[in-house]
Design a binder for this molecule. Sequence first.
Ligand code: F6P
Length: 516
Amino acid sequence: MPAFLRLDQALSWAALCTQAEAMRALDVRSALAQDPNRVAAFSQAAPHVYADLSKHHWTPALEAQLQQLAVETGVLAQRDAMFAGAIVNDTEQRQVMHWLLRQPSVQGLPVTLHAAWREVQSTLDAMLKFAEQVREDAAITDVVHIGIGGSDLGPQMAVQALRPYAVKGKRFHFVSNVDGHELDDVLQGLSASRTLFLIASKTFTTIETMTNARSARSWFLAQQGGEVARHFVALTTNVTEAGAFGIETCFGFWDWVGGRYSLWSAIGLPLAIAIGAEGFRSFLAGGHAMDQHFLQAEPAANLPVRLGLLDVWYRNGLGYASRCIAPYHSGLRRFPAYLQQLEMESNGKRVDHAGRALPYATSPVLWGEPGTNGQHAFFQMLHQGTDTVPVEFIAVREPQHGLAEHHEQLLANALAQAQALLQGKADAGGHRDFPGNRPSTFLLLDRLDPASLGALIALHEHRVFVSGAIWGINSFDQWGVELGKVLAKDIRQRLTTGHLQTLDPSTAALLQRVRS
Ligand code: F6P
């Protein structure tokens, strides 16, 4: 990557910092009352998603300065480099092209990417053909997807979210944890001959996935379920290892697809089986529409850019260390977990592209639960706790059930919670007072369908890209997950041998206790 200025090197950032106190103290209630244009100024339509950003601690003038920050830090140039196929992931010397997976034609693509696009299309066609075959195969009643991290969170979240669009007569199961309880639970209810196992692993070496895959294969053989080659499919970039496992049907992808960006690739096969080829293409189209918005909308009307700037403002300007994700749709119950990997694995970094330690904070902690459940659990802290936690509401106008009363109550709660966080309430003082003036984003979809889910995910991918670009970090590697993997191998051996040499006293004592 060519060098760009980082957050702390930008002149506009120094100017922005001088306004932090004023913006923290900004009474958004008064700002809304006094400025009849505030809601319009902070409303942003993007493909399939409408956003209200008016309840935040910023003003149009401040946002304009944040836009200047984006210019100084080369956000758009970095975006264009990604879409041109440059080596954006420079610690692994890789292009970053998950967006190419949802590109419908070569139109507008650099000629250098045409060959990659054609490969994507032929893999997609083969995968969707296979998905249709499985959908029509009445002998297969259960699909078990085994994978972890990006090879699990995306497909699991999306299959749940789009359940109303799923083929009838098939059940989908997801096994990620190496904790045998998870696989055991799933296998209990299965008939081997009626089950299709999808082994999803970019590397096909991840210990959790391979352990689960081997145990699933042993169970399948013990149950005399049939041929492994017919009942096991691999979704991987490592075709050789998949072959060694005994798998013949393999759908590949490329090293330029990061694990947490891989739902659009062969890793999305369970979703394709669930919603069919047409549904999956519509999902890709929704993501592509958001790509086009990110590429073409002017920065001041560009939702990923605006959200990414707000994220930087909150993290570094106002010092908010976490963001609560509150999807008011039970189909999105795994969306907070999905976003945790997307944002925290991408931007949980402490050095810049050149490996220099950063003098400022990066990824916030993301967390959340679907509303209205969260209201009866942790919303107390959001309303009256000592920390300000920006909340991101995600609501859907049209339900896919006939229980109209439920949906009205659900939407009323989403709106009321955002309103309560903003308004607060002065009471007799003390325990019953709500300070209010607490910030939230409100994202609204017309309905949760394949296209809007695709757009919602791509929106978050790009917003994470924007904040990562301003922070000057590589959002596409994940070295921080490696150390634990290496140490677990060593500890595993020590659990057998009991050797404690060179261990710190705490780990040694725990290991002894576990072994006893
Ligand atoms: O350990 C983190 C990670 O590398 C993630 O980035 C990735 O999504 C996950 O492991 C699974 O990796 P794989 O798809 O290679 O099994």
